[in-house]
Design a protein around this ligand. Structure first.
Ligand code: ARG
Length: 589
C-alpha cells in the first residue's frame, strides 16, 4: 500500500503534466503549517523560472487539472499566494484508506522489492566478563535494527560475535593454574577431562579482573599469560578443554542476561570461529599483492585520494606474526561469505571503533573477499552518560553491571505499580519488569544512536512525557477500553470505521495513515529513533482525542463502533511499533 505523500505526488505529477508543465516539480510533503493544510506542494514556485510564468498561474492550472481528473474525491486542493498548493485529505477517503491498512497484516508497512540477506553483528560481549552498561546500547539498538530490517521483508541473521580469543583467555587459564595447579588440564599427559567445569560464573567473573590486575604488576605473570594464550591457540588439549568450559559457562550466563533484555541472537558465533580462516586469507593477500611488509608487519594500504582524513594502513599481522582485532574481523567476513553469502553486514558497535571498521571494510573490498555490491555498514553509537555528563558509573564509581541496573529500575517500577489496584499482586513483578525494560530501551532508542545521551532514571521511568512507560500506558488504556467493549458485546471491527468528525479524530487518523512511511523511513536510515518520534506523536494525538471524546458512552451505535475500530487500529500500530523496538506492553499497569 502506498502512503499519502506518494499517492499525492503521483496525482500532482499527472496534473502538472496534463497542464503542460514538468513532473519534476510535483513533489508533495507533509505540511509545515498543519493549521492550514495537511500536505503541500511547492513546485509551482520552483517551476516559475523554467516556464516564465507566475507561480500562482502555474498552481491554478495544476489545481484545475486535479479537479478535472477527479482527484477532489480524495483530496481537496487550494492555491495560496504566491503559489502554494495546499492539500487536505477528504475524510471518507482517509477512513477508507485506514480500513485497508487495518486489513493488511503489515498494517501498510511497505515491503522491500528485493529482500536482502542481512547479517547484523551486535552484542560483542567478551566471555568471562559480566555484561555491564557498556553493552546495553549494542544490544538494544542492534536488536531493534534487526527487527526493523525483518519487518520490511528482509532475511536477517543476528550474530552475537563473542570475544573469546586472545590474551583474556590466557589470563584466565593462568590464574586458574595458580589457584588449582593440580587440575588435570595443566598436566602434560593427554587424558579425559572432567565434564564439570572447575568454576561457577561468579568465580569466573572474579578470576578475570584478578588476573588482569596481576599481569599489569607482575611481568613474569604477564609472560605466563602470553604463553598460555599461545598454547591455547596452538591447540594444547588441556587448554582447549578448559577454554571450552569457560565458553560454555559464560554463554549460558550471557543467554540468561540477553533473554531478560528480550534480545535474541540467531547465531552464537565468536572470534575463535574465524581463526581457521586466517592462514589462507593471509596467503591470498600476499599472493595477490594486496598486502605488503612494513617494518616486519603485514599491512594493507587502504587510503584513497578522496579521503578528507588520514586512513592508516590496516595491520593484518604484527612483526612477531601475531594477528589482531582487524585480522579477526576480516576473517569473520571470509567465514560469513562462505556460510551465508550476505548482501549486507551491519555492525552495531561503539562509534569510537569507526576507524577500525573503515579499515576492515576497505581491506575486504580491496582483497575481493566480498564483491563491490556487498554493503558493509557501521552503525556507530555514542556513550551512555550519567547525569554528570561522564560515562555511566555506579555510585561508588565502578562499572555498573547490567543486571544491577535492570534490578534497580524494576524495583523502582514495582513501587509505582503496586499502588495501582488494576494490577494483581501476583502480576506486579512481571509487569514491573516489562515496564522497566520499556523505560530502559525507549530511553536509549529515542535518541539518535550516534549521539551520546544521559541515562536519567527518573525521566525514563516517568509515566508522562516522551518515555517508554507513557507509550505503554497509552496502549494499556486502549486495551482496557476494548476489553470493556468486548464485555458489553460491542463489536470491534475495522470495517466499521466512519469518516472523522472532529479535528482530533482526523489528526489521529492522519497519524495512523503515516505508519508505513514513518517506519520505512526509519528502515532506510537504520534509525529506530524515528519510530520513537512517530509513536510519541501518535500517543499524544490519541490521548488528545481520548480526552475530547466519549467512547463507550457514545449513544450513536454506529459512531461508537467506529471509535472502537479506530482504537483497535491505534493499539495495533503502537504494538507493532514497540515490537520492532524490542519490548511489549502488559495488559494492565
Ligand atoms: N568484543 C569487542 C569489544 O569488546 C566488540 C566486538 C564488536 N564486533 C566486531 N565485529 N568487531 O570491543
Amino acid at each position: 500500500m502506498r502512503n499519502f505523500t506518494d499517492i499525492l505526488t503521483k496525482l500532482l505529477g499527472d496534473a502538472f503534466e496534463a497542464a503542460g508543465y514538468d513532473r519534476d516539480f510535483c513533489k508533495v510533503q507533509v505540511s509545515n503549517r498543519p493549521d492550514l493544510c495537511e500536505y503541500q506542494c511547492n513546485g509551482a514556485m520552483a517551476g516559475a523560472k523554467k516556464f516564465h510564468k507566475a507561480p500562482f498561474v502555474i498552481a491554478e492550472d495544476v489545481v484545475a487539472k486535479l479537479k478535472e481528473n477527479g482527484a477532489e474525491t480524495c483530496f481537496s486542493a487550494e492555491v495560496v499566494r504566491p503559489g502554494f498548493i495546499n492539500l487536505k485529505v477528504v475524510p471518507s477517503y482517509l477512513s477508507d484508506y485506514l480500513k485497508e491498512e487495518a486489513a493488511d497484516p503489515n498494517l501498510s508497512l511497505p515491503q522491500v522489492d528485493q529482500p536482502k540477506k542481512i547479517i547484523i553483528d551486535y552484542g560483542g560481549p567478551n566471555v568471562a566478563k559480566p555484561l555491564h552498561v557498556g553493552h546495553l546500547r549494542a544490544a538494544v539498538i542492534g536488536e531493534s535494527i534487526k527487527r526493523l530490517c525483518r519487518a520490511v521483508g528482509n532475511e536477517v541473521l543476528g550474530d552475537v560475535h563473542l570475544g573469546d580469543w586472545g590474551l583474556q583467555m590466557g589470563l584466565i587459564i593462568t590464574e586458574l593454574k595458580h589457584r588449582q595447579p593440580d587440575l588435570p588440564y595443566f598436566k602434560d599427559v593427554e587424558q579425559d577431562f572432567p565434564k564439570e567445569p572447575p568454576f561457577t560464573i561468579g568465580e569466573l567473573e572474579e578470576i578475570y579482573p584478578a588476573a588482569s590486575a596481576k599481569s599489569k604488576e607482575d611481568s613474569a605473570y604477564h609472560e605466563e599469560a602470553l604463553e598460555a594464550t599461545h598454547l591455547l591457540q596452538e591447540g594444547k588439549p588441556g587448554y582447549r578443554a578448559l577454554w571450552q568450559q569457560i565458553l560454555d559457562v559464560s554463554v549460558a550466563d550471557l543467554k540468561r542476561n540477553y533473554d531478560r533484555l528480550n534480545v535474541h541472537f540467531d547465531l552464537w558465533k565468536s572470534e575463535s570461529d574465524a581463526q581457521p580462516y586466517i592462514p589462507a586469507m593471509i596467503e591470498q593477500l600476499k599472493a595477490d599483492g594486496v598486502a605488503r611488509l612494513d617494518q616486519g608487519a603485514l599491512v594493507v594500504d587502504v587510503k584513497k585520494p578522496e579521503d578528507k582524513k588520514e586512513i592508516p594502513p590496516c595491520i593484518i599481522l604484527k612483526s612477531d606474526g601475531a594477528s589482531l582485532y582487524a585480522t579477526t574481523d576480516c576473517a569473520t567476513i571470509v567465514e560469513r561469505e562462505k556460510l551465508f553469502k550476505p548482501d549486507e553486514i551491519i555492525y552495531v558497535v561503539d562509534k569510537r571503533q569507526h576507524m577500525h571498521f573503515e579499515q576492515v571494510f576497505r581491506t575486504v573490498k580491496k582483497a575481493g573477499i566480498v564483491d563491490d555490491s556487498t554493503e558493509l555498514v557501521h552503525v556507530g553509537f555514542g556513550t551512555m552518560n550519567g547525569k554528570d555528563g561522564k560515562p555511566f558509573k555506579t555510585r561508588e564509581g565502578g562499572v555498573m553491571r547490567l543486571q544491577v541496573l535492570l534490578d534497580d529500575i524494576k524495583a523502582n517500577m514495582e513501587e509505582k505499580i503496586r499502588g495501582n489496584h488494576n494490577v494483581r499482586t501476583e502480576d506486579a513483578g512481571k509487569t514491573a519488569g516489562q515496564v522497566a525494560l520499556a523505560a530502559v530501551k525507549y530511553g536509549d532508542l529515542s535518541n539518535q544512536a550516534s549521539k551520546d545521551y544521559v541515562f536519567d532514571v527518573d525521566k525514563f521511568t516517568s509515566f508522562e512525557g516522551n518515555t517508554g512507560p507513557y507509550i505503554l500506558y497509552t496502549i494499556v488504556r486502549i486495551k482496557s477500553i476494548l476489553k470493556k467493549a468486548q464485555e458489553e458485546g460491542s463489536p470491534v471491527d475495522a470495517r466499521n470505521l466512519l469518516p472523522a468528525l472532529s479535528e482530533e479524530e482526523k489528526k489521529l487518523m492522519l497519524d495512523l495513515s503515516g505508519f508505513g512511511s514513518s517506519v520505512y523511513a526509519a528502515y532506510e536510515e537504520l534509525a529506530p529513533h524515528k519510530i520513537c518520534a512517530y509513536i510519541y506523536q501518535l500517543s499524544n494525538d490519541f490521548n488528545r482525542f481520548y480526552h475530547e471524546t466519549r467512547i463507550l458512552a457514545e449513544e450513536d451505535q454506529k459512531r461508537k463502533e467506529s471509535y472502537l475500530a479506530l482504537l483497535k487500529l491505534t493499539a495495533d500500530v503502537l504494538e507493532k511499533s514497540i515490537d520492532i523496538l524490542g519490548f511489549d506492553a502488559p495488559d494492565y499497569m
